[in-house]
Design a protein around this ligand. Structure first.
Ligand SMILES: CC(C)(COP(=O)(O)OP(=O)(O)OC[C@H]1O[C@@H](n2cnc3c(N)ncnc32)[C@H](O)[C@@H]1OP(=O)(O)O)[C@@H](O)C(=O)NCCC(=O)NCCS
Length: 197
């Protein structure tokens, strides 16, 4: 089979600004992005769909939490094994969420993708566009062969957005999350360089 991989022109150490039709993906600016992150990280849907433990009540957003968040986001641009980009709505120039390429596996030329959009940015096509742009960067600029992600079975919107972006379901990890009194499956999805045209 022909090797579909492109020659890498960048690594995860490079923090690009990527221009899309309706959004821009740009490196984190912790101070400027903090108000958006504060809202996003306390949003009930974000907590539900991105957490790996059931949290009936959102953790209190106190000084220690804010300090931790500022420290985390202030150090994202120094990381060489992951790429964290803020999703910016072009029409307002405001940040609405983040998309991250992480779990870089150099030997097998693969990584994981995660995404999180706050309440103001959802259901406007931004998630689909951000996933397409980050995946395109992973495959074309970083020369990766495989980008994968996990999405809980009760997150229909996430699954639909990933499917629209070109991801295919590869399998189901059953009863991964205990959510209240329910068991929730985790759906594995991925895209390969050979599928990416
Ligand atoms: C999941 C997420 C990234 C999707 O991004 P988005 O910008 O909201 O999604 P888009 O507008 O690009 O696409 C959503 C699609 O799902 C559909 N949809 C919405 N709710 C749905 C549901 N409950 N079940 C099935 N499809 C649904 C929409 O109709 C749309 O499809 P369409 O264009 O065919 O009509 C974003 O909503 C988000 O970050 N949510 C909170 C955190 C989260 O879930 N993160 C991902 C964890 S894996």
């Amino acid at each position: 089979m022909t090797d579909q991989l492109s020659t890498p022109t960048a690594t995860f150490a490079d923090k690009p600004t990527l221009e899309g039709e309706r959004i821009i993906l740009r490196p984190v600016r912790a101070e400027e992005d903090l108000p958006m992150l504060r809202v996003m990280l306390q949003d009930p849907e974000v907590l539900k769909y991105t957490s790996n433990v059931y949290t009936p009540v959102a953790p209190e957003w106190d000084e220690a939490m804010e300090k931790h968040v500022v420290e985390w986001y202030s150090t994202r641009n120094e990381q060489t094994d992951r790429l964290d980009l803020i999703i910016v709505d072009r029409s307002t120039s405001r940040g609405v969420g983040e998309v991250v390429l992480n779990e870089w596996d150099e030997a097998n030329r693969s990584c994981n993708l995660r995404i999180c959009i706050g309440p103001d940015g959802r259901d406007r096509g931004f998630g689909t566009e951000a996933v397409r742009m980050a995946t395109d960067h992973a495959i074309r600029a970083l020369g990766l062969n495989r980008v994968s992600l996990g999405v809980y079975a009760f997150n229909g919107r996430g699954q639909r957005a990933y499917e629209k972006a070109g991801f295919k379901v590869e399998g189901v990890r059953r009863q991964v999350l205990r959510w209240g009194d329910q068991w929730i499956d985790d759906i594995d999805m991925a895209v390969l360089a050979e599928d990416w045209v």
